[in-house]
Design a protein. Sequence first.
Length: 120
Amino acid sequence: MKKLFFFVLSINVFFLSSGCTLYKISGTGRLPIVLNQMPYKSQIVQSVEVEKQITFDYTGSMDVNDILKKEIGNMGGDAIVNTKINIKGTVGDYFLNLFTLGLAYAHTVEITGDVIKYVR
């Protein structure tokens, strides 16, 4: 009985301490996405703020370039700096999740940053 108790206890400790990934945020595109300032001399072309609702995505991974590519496609910048990524739940997300009994797994991603051009 003691062996079974310690076996079950060790399995529980293993699963509780292993953790899980809630979000995997990546940027795999042409433009560099930087969370702070670049070490190069640059000037800000334009500030950008994008808000996108994500539904039925159970993987928890998102590519920031996929979300930003339409907005920054014609700006002609070299990089995006001062990037902030905010994952939140809005009132619309709440009601969508309520209506679908949580199956939609709706949440909103808000990305802000400054598009820059290198000064040569």
